[in-house]
Design a protein around this ligand. Sequence first.
Ligand code: NAD
Length: 719
Amino acid sequence: MSALSVVMHDGVAVVTFDLPGEPVNKFSKAVVADFVDVFDRVERDAAVKGAVLISGKPDTFIAGADIDQFLEFRSAADATVESAEGHKLMSRLEAGRVPWVAAIHGACLGGGLEAALACAYRIAGDSPKTVLALPEVQLGLIPGAGGTQRLPRTVGLQAALDMILTGKNVRAKKALQTGLVDEMVHPNILREVAIRRARELGAGTLARRRERHAGVKGALLENNPVGRAVVFRQAREMTMKKSRGHYPALLAALEAVAAGYRGSAADGFATEARLFGEMAFTPVSRQLIFLFYATTSLKKDTGANGNAPLFAPPVPIDKIGILGTGFMGAGIAAVSAMQGVSVRFKDTKHAAVGKGIGAVRDVLRERLKKKQITKQQFADQVSLVSGTVEYTGFGNIPLLIEAVFEDLAVKHAVVKEAEAVLPPGAIFATNTSTIPIHRVAEASHDPSRVVGMHFFSPVHKMPLLEVIVTPRTAPDVVATTVAFGRKLGKTVIVVNDAPGFYVNRILAPYINEAGKLLDEGARIEAIDRAMLDYGFPVGPVTLLDEVGLDVAGKSGAIMASAFGDRLQPSATLGKVLAAGRLGRKGKKGFYLYDESGKKGGVDESVYAVTPAGSKRIEVSAAEIQERLSLAMVNEAVRCVEEGILRAPRDGDIGAVFGIGFPPFRGGPLRVVDTIGAAELVRRLEALNAKYPGRFVPAKLLREMAKTNATFYPRTGKPV
Ligand code: NAD
């Protein structure tokens, strides 16, 4: 069955793309064949004067290429050939006898946007669903169907680089402003207007490609070779600074765009095809494509399958209660209100409730300022949050999330108070970061309704939610909290209850190792720089300052008591904390902070309170990276071994989305597969000989080493 259907409309062929059996339209070999067939027919039929490409899907124009086919490439040359095929197809759209109009409603991504760019005219549906982007770099690739050539010609160099190097979404209105589309209309009349424009183009009353410069700003600089050289140099510098050289596709994309300005059009396309091929075979793109598959598969996971004997459907949640209107409670309330969920907010004092509601407003106002929501939406969302110092209004709340002080006695008290007022079967979720969930559940008259919902701070920015289940948590409770987390826009992993759960568990040995290096006399900036170079977004010592040394100290002590020698915190952490340095919140930590809390350089005076005193030693970046990263990787393997994780996939996603583990490495368990279990055991043993007890290879790792096993299949779909 063809993905394309053609209806004639008074000299205009209206071609509807509607991929059978799929939620979205994507390009695959079969779809390309369908296009070739339609082009042949349209070109042959002299009665056709113009053509319209429109989607039959409600929310997507074309979502891009089918990523599965990237896995079939056997060599860079294969991928280059595929890209050249794409060029042929797009040039038929662009240069055939018949002018094409792209009628774009919904997601127009990657190959979809490249097809639209090859059309003579583009019209966007005025709807928040309409987004245009070239997201290839997010998969470690570059646009391969002409995007690096046609986009700069359409919107100008600077606007094109901005889109290609970030992969970011451009909305319809912005697309109109930059010239990415020629016209914007209400979705209801999109088809009709597109047909009219195709007819005008065919009749020659509308120019085939409007001569257009990029928005007037910036046009001057890039309209001459010297100006362009400046733009390219700045883009390259910024790219290197941001990516620290870890993402080769960014430089390849720059090179492909530059080639389009240097030589003939054919050279530009040939360079794009060659570099697309090369990028498709980088380890980086393999890891980023893995993360794409992993997140996609996670979205389909109800969370309940791991411990559900019976299917337990999630209950839709449109109102929640939150206990504790502090930092985390306010964050959770804000993201809930954003999704239209009404929030009953409770604290012990009116002042705290007022402060919490103020904090919710601040988060929402930020979205208003960025024009992500309208004034009306802002007002509606704010009005969804109401506060109390008693438990009034909790009688019909199906899900309660507590974010009170991190103190077991306080948690127990609120479990009891809440259960006295909540309706039967309500879920009690705790946002504790360190207390085992089964301990919180001890105070409940029905522990099957108790679950952990571990949000990360700041809640409106951090993408991960860890749902923590105890052996007694009911399957429908898990399914409901997972579905609710997803409704809030979070990536949700389900983990089993144990100290530190998953994310903080693997963070502990990593942070401890940074502390041990400080004990030995390593420089603060050397440690942070080494881990930034490894690919983390912030260094571990900066992270300690951010989290707060008191919080880190408490959680370190819990991990030490649970896991013994292996996870003993450094002496430095204790001493620096004892000296009254709390980190950023106290404006005194390992780094200097000014009055406004802005971070400066290392606070050299902190060394005086560390065990090494004023004596500094030089430790190489390679050694720092080896010690810190392998401590984390080994711990992640233990989490698989002990069943904390239900799948390696969740461990990798949790690390990337929860801690910012370098995406181009795929995650700690992908690192095991990259290095190989046997080699990893050897390296851990070498470290353990130097630092006894801290690097004993996980049992599972030794077993994997014996059989040369990996966490993920070596070929084909990774997840
Ligand atoms: P916070 O001190 O900012 O807020 C706690 C709030 O709870 C305060 O407003 C306090 O008045 C209120 N409270 C105390 N006892 C109460 C009671 N009996 N009933 C109602 N309200 C009560 O703390 P926070 O940083 O928001 O942390 C809250 C919880 O979230 C803790 O369990 C913490 O471990 C966890 N957590 C914190 C972070 C973080 O980065 N801050 C991250 C993940 C989880």
